[in-house]
Design a protein around this ligand. Structure first.
Ligand code: FES
Ligand SMILES: [Fe+2]
Length: 430
């Protein structure tokens, strides 16, 4: 369905600031993106035991994830079918059932209604237990423990949706000798910033700012990973993987560098578990992966973006651990993560300051456009339609908006940047 009032606000090389500041457009994003496509909700390791549950959100919709006594996972709407209160106010825990605090309607782990408060007040036929279970989401999909859900019956098949990113999720999980990771068991923190959710989506794969915003952190990191000294000139790339998903390679190690970076017993355990090729793929590739619209997989953590309002966003950071890896490896992952992303870290907190400033800047008079044309003219497209550019260019910032325009129905006019901003085409190429 087309939406002419927002036509032209998202262009291949730039977005209009209205895309980040219009409350009406934000409501449409919830409907057409968050309630229409696949959204990341949890990792299986967050609810490992029967009776475990977690609450989260799809857009604004409160969601309850449970694991029943047969270990099946259920993704339910966290909304009592009586008068609508959330039935579970806690973020995580273990229980046998959920009792609504208002009138004690009681639900099993699979969402079925099994009791109501003061039942004698109901006449025969006034409570139909079978039809009053907690509602399920339209569909769920799981890949290597990562659970996605959709509110829409007509979302594309999950396997097709996730097909282009599976290779990278495999690299990530194969760093564990068992092929399994845990998400959040070694730490979670939440941040809020005063800005639009798409700023974090774009910022999760931002290679251009690294050399500027994080220059001090890079200098320190280079003691551990010497090739970072030359970050802007590394021969790594960013890719548009389709359906809004995208990736930036941070660096890629040679086999010799793998041996300098990681202990020999850890490398050997991976080679033994997965074979040489798979082990080396996992050890060599360092990247940030974005799965549109709310998920990013980074070196040591998972990032989940929750839109709160057009100018307010929550980001949850879940540290990841490698099941079966030597204890000192997992500890090292915590320390290296904290160094950059921790609440007092060298890098992550600076990003949120910048995100606030970006939103503030939308209120300034002057240019109405947010540019991401860097490298547009030299962008390459391979035989499978995968677009790519250098990691410090902006292929990865452009990537989500092909899917965005499609879902939002605002794929109308597409102007060259020169038509939007006279003289923009004469910008330098560095
Ligand atoms: S609203 Fe939940 S029992 Fe009444
Ligand atoms: Fe950053």
């Amino acid at each position: 369905m087309n939406n002419p009032s927002f036509n032209g606000l998202s262009q291949p090389e730039a977005n209009h600031i209205q895309l980040y500041s219009d409350p009406e457009l934000f409501e449409l994003e919830l409907e057409r993106i968050f309630y229409s496509t696949w959204v990341f909700i949890a990792h299986e390791s967050e609810i490992p035991e029967p009776g475990d549950f977690k609450t989260t959100f799809i857009g604004r919709v409160p969601v309850l994830l449970t694991r029943d006594d047969d270990s099946n996972i259920h993704v339910l709407l966290n909304r009592c079918t009586h008068r609508g209160a959330t039935v579970c106010p806690n973020e995580q825990g273990n229980t046998k059932q959920f009792v609504c605090a208002y009138h004690a309607w009681t639900y099993d782990l699979d969402g079925s209604l099994n009791a109501v408060g003061l039942p004698s007040g109901y006449n025969e036929g006034e409570v139909d237990y079978d039809s009053l279970s907690l509602q399920k989401v339209a569909n769920t999909g799981v890949y290597r423990g990562f659970i996605f859900a959709t509110m829409s019956e007509s979302a594309r098949p999950f396997d097709e949706h996730i097909g282009g990113v599976k290779k990278y999720i495999d690299y990530y999980c194969d760093l564990s000798p068992t092929g399994e990771i845990t998400v959040g068991t070694t730490g979670i923190y939440k941040q809020k910033y005063e800005g639009n959710w798409k700023i974090q989506l774009e910022g999760s794969v931002e290679g251009y700012h690294v050399w500027h915003t994080h220059k001090n952190a890079i200098d320190v990191m280079a003691r551990e990973v010497p090739l970072m000294k030359d970050y802007p000139r590394l021969p790594v790339k960013a890719y548009d993987l389709g359906f809004g998903h995208n990736i930036i390679e941070n660096y890629t190690l040679t086999e010799e560098q793998v041996h300098q970076r990681w202990p020999a017993d850890f490398i050997d355990s991976l080679v033994k578990a997965h074979g040489r090729q798979r082990a080396m793929d996992a050890l060599k590739h360092r990247f940030n992966l974005v799965i549109f619209p709310n998920f990013a997989l980074l070196e040591y953590h998972v990032r989940v973006i929750r839109p709160l309002a057009v100018d307010r966003t929550e980001v949850r950071t879940y540290h990841t651990s490698l099941v079966g890896a030597p204890e000192q490896m997992n500890q090292r992952r915590v320390r290296e993560h904290e160094f950059f992303y921790g609440p007092a870290g060298f890098g992550g907190p600076d990003d949120y300051v910048i995100f606030d400033r970006i939103q503030q800047g939308y209120d300034a008079w002057g240019s109405q456009w947010v540019l991401f044309n860097r490298g547009y003219k030299s962008e390459q497209t391979d035989a499978d339609g995968i677009r790519s550019g250098a990691h410090t260019q902006e292929t990865q910032q452009r990537a989500p908006y092909y899917e965005y325009r499609q879902l939002m129905g605002i794929s109308g006019t597409e102007n060259k940047l020169e038509q939007l901003i006279p003289g923009a085409g004469r910008q330098g190429s560095q």
